[in-house]
Design a protein around this ligand. Structure first.
Ligand code: SAM
Length: 252
């Protein structure tokens, strides 16, 4: 049995916001759109009017059955499954993504879509998560997530949405976020896995100076290591990339 409390079921109840979100994504009759968690269909009903095809994945059997009864258009593929379990290669290829995301899967679904080849996503996230996604060096919410998002995409908050526009009313406000994947990375990395591991290690002890942080994790000579007297929150993704390449050479 699925625990519905854990499905992030805060339904959007403002049609203007639904229309705006879809407008931001610039959907045309050439687009094949993935919708994650269609719920009661507030976005889905507009999407099927505009897109060539909509692939909507809903985990909740009751919501899925209701949608199946109410939306009879031929240009929708409705799937009753967990979007995290589905392999994107097993469904038709899509180029855009629109969703009011179930907040509890924000991180894994973001990582999953960033590994897929699409043109544009316009997604509703909890505001705090959206701020962590888009924070820049020196800002309070600059995090591992900000680095990952920056490395993989161009991402910005388009609009904040007060919580009263959802039912049941969630505890915090939301944001509409645009994600456009980068065609090429913003800087050169000798080894991506090493870079992301380094980023994780450094952000785990955000307040420590980089040199103290590095001593904990790597057996290296710190003499020629740049930024060692700074803290991770003070250096840009490009600088972390440079640090990563130097360390990678020393270690390998
Ligand atoms: N799109 C609707 C709206 O805007 O009102 C519903 C949004 S609600 C925030 C999230 C939806 O995602 C719910 O319908 C929920 O059942 C569904 N959901 C939750 N986890 C899911 C998962 N892992 N895979 C697919 N759908 C999921």
């Amino acid at each position: 049995m699925i625990n519905k409390k854990k499905l992030g079921q805060n339904f959007l109840i403002n049609k203007d916001i639904a229309r705006n979100e879809i407008e931001y994504c610039g959907i045309t009759n050439k687009d094949i759109v993935l919708e994650i968690g269609p719920g009661k269909g507030i976005l889905t009903k507009i999407l099927i009017e505009k897109a060539k095809k909509v692939i909507a994945i809903e985990i909740d059997k009751n919501l899925y059955n209701n949608l199946k009864k109410t939306i009879l258009d031929k240009n929708i593929i409705l799937i009753n499954n967990d979007v995290l379990k589905i392999k994107f290669k097993d469904i038709p290829k899509f180029n855009k993504i629109v969703s009011n995301l179930p907040f509890h899967i924000s991180l894994p679904i973001t990582i999953k879509i960033l590994n897929y080849d699409f043109n544009k996503a316009v997604l509703i996230y909890q505001k705090e998560f959206a701020e962590r996604m888009t924070s820049k060096v020196g800002e309070k919410n600059y995090s591992r997530l900000s680095i990952l998002i920056y490395y993989k995409s161009f991402c910005k908050i388009l609009e904040n949405i007060p919580k009263i526009n959802f039912s049941p009313t969630p505890k915090i406000d939301s944001s509409i976020v645009e994600i456009m994947p980068r065609k090429t990375p913003p800087f050169y990395l000798k080894n991506e896995a090493f870079f992301f591991e380094l980023t994780k290690n450094l952000f785990n002890h955000k307040r420590k100076k980089i040199q103290n942080n590095l001593k904990k994790h790597y057996n290296i000579d710190l003499k020629n290591i740049p930024y060692k007297n700074k803290r991770i929150g003070e250096i840009t993704p490009e600088e972390i990339g440079k640090l990563s390449n130097i360390l990678y050479d020393q270690i390998n």
